[in-house]
Design a protein around this ligand. Structure first.
Ligand SMILES: [Zn+2]
Length: 411
């Protein structure tokens, strides 16, 4: 509903606000992204063949840094947490725009990262998510440099660590919370394939919950509280939690483990819980209900065995917290992305997701995550593929046009 309304309104908005013509240097850079498309693809493959497991993005980071230095970004460097950052100073005091792709993959060390090609289709772990984003950032930085584009504001070209689950956005947190705290006006993440925009942040709270007790023989020690039974009670309660359909709010117990044998009262039951919402308020509400379900489950399990002197303990470890925040689809950054897409003949959908943009959005910094163009599928699986199709170059062109619109072009 929201999307349909917005797309209908778009031609009117554009008619009222004609985009400024591209400067000659910008036009040259845009043309280069098309003519040198093979270069972009080659780098996408090359970067992808450097492994980047969670928390082990160093090798791919160095490869990206070396590419940036070779392009003339002499200051390109790897920061304290592993992000690669290169600055293009602004010609005047325009806004600072940060554009990033993420280095990390979900694949563990030892995964085969060779990329194979079948016609125009490339297959490889991470080839779309997010080697495509890295290639788009790199190609954009190259076209800007070689065409002599000057922006009014500073542009930060970034390859960041820690986007995927376990990374908990640590790369983006470091950039926007420490290095460039208060100094970034617009944040663009290029992530994956296609031509859509993520403008709203789905926040998530993820916990690993340990239920623990002394344990004992299932027959001989019978009559004491059982951690796995307590966990079962908690799961049953969690499964009954009522959440709103809009703003979409969800919960899931995704992994359970524990116990050592069928004839032992377990010493431990462990469950991983994930909760998500587009609304910080609803996320906080479901969080309270999940914690209450856990507390009540322990109370009920202890009450079941009043004669027992044995207790139960619960430990909740945080696996990940992705903040959410409100950002309107009429925000300037979203309108700039839509206008640029329209000029290129693209018709992006707008949606909500959990990406590197969550953190800036939670801070009130305008942020979007855009797809990197082309077509692809199978992210986070070994069947992941990317196909540039006839017009994959539109991805980097779109990214460049958004950067130019936000940073302003001096010439
Ligand atoms: Zn990604």
């Amino acid at each position: 509903m929201r999307l349909a309304a917005l797309l209908l309104a778009l031609p009117v908005a554009l008619a009222a606000q004609q985009p400024a013509a591209d400067s000659p240097a910008l036009a040259k850079a845009l043309a280069q992204l098309k003519t040198d498309n093979a270069w972009t693809l080659q780098k996408q493959v090359a970067l992808c063949e450097v492994p980047a497991p969670p928390f082990k993005e160093q090798a791919r980071g160095i490869a990206f840094r070396n590419e940036m230095v070779a392009l003339g970004y002499a200051d390109a460097h790897v920061d304290e947490v592993g992000n690669v950052v290169a600055e293009l100073p602004g010609a005047s005091n325009g806004p600072t725009v940060l554009i990033a792709g993420h280095l990390d993959t979900v694949f563990p060390e030892g995964t085969n990262v060779a990329v194979t090609r079948d016609g125009t289709r490339y297959k490889g772990a991470g080839i779309g998510d997010d080697c495509r984003g890295l290639a788009v950032v790199l190609a954009t930085a190259r076209a800007v440099k070689q065409s002599g584009v000057r922006f009014d504001g500073r542009v930060l070209f970034v390859a960041n660590v820690g986007e995927e689950g376990p990374g908990n956005l640590r790369g983006t947190r470091h950039l926007l919370g420490t290095t460039y705290k208060g100094k970034v006006d617009y944040f663009i993440s290029v992530d994956g394939t296609g031509n859509d925009i993520t403008s709203r942040a789905v926040g998530s709270n993820r916990y690993r919950v340990h239920f623990q007790g002394p344990g004992g023989h299932s027959y001989g020690a019978f009559g004491m509280p059982n951690p796995i039974h307590a966990m079962g009670r908690a799961i049953a309660s969690i499964s009954e939690i009522k959440v709103p359909r809009s703003p979409k709010t969800t919960f899931n117990v995704g992994i359970v483990s524990g116990g050592t044998s069928v004839n032992s009262i377990a010493m431990e039951g462990v469950m991983d819980v994930d909760m998500r919402s587009e609304s910080a308020e609803e996320l906080a509400k479901v969080d309270v209900l999940v914690r209450k379900a856990i507390d009540d489950a322990v109370t009920a399990e202890l009450a079941r065995w009043p004669a027992s002197t044995k207790g139960l303990k619960v430990r909740i470890d945080t696996i990940g917290i992705r903040p959410t925040g409100a950002q309107s689809d009429s925000a300037r950054i979203v309108r700039a992305a839509l206008a640029a897409a329209h000029e290129l003949g693209l018709k992006p959908g707008i949606g909500a997701s959990s990406t590197d943009s969550n953190y800036p959005i939670s801070l009130g910094i305008p942020a979007i995550t855009i797809d990197g163009g082309g077509d692809g599928s199978g992210a986070h699986s070994h069947d992941e593929w990317y196909d540039d199709g006839a017009a994959g170059y539109l991805g980097p062109q779109w990214a460049l046009k958004i950067v130019a619109a936000l940073a302003g072009t001096a010439r």
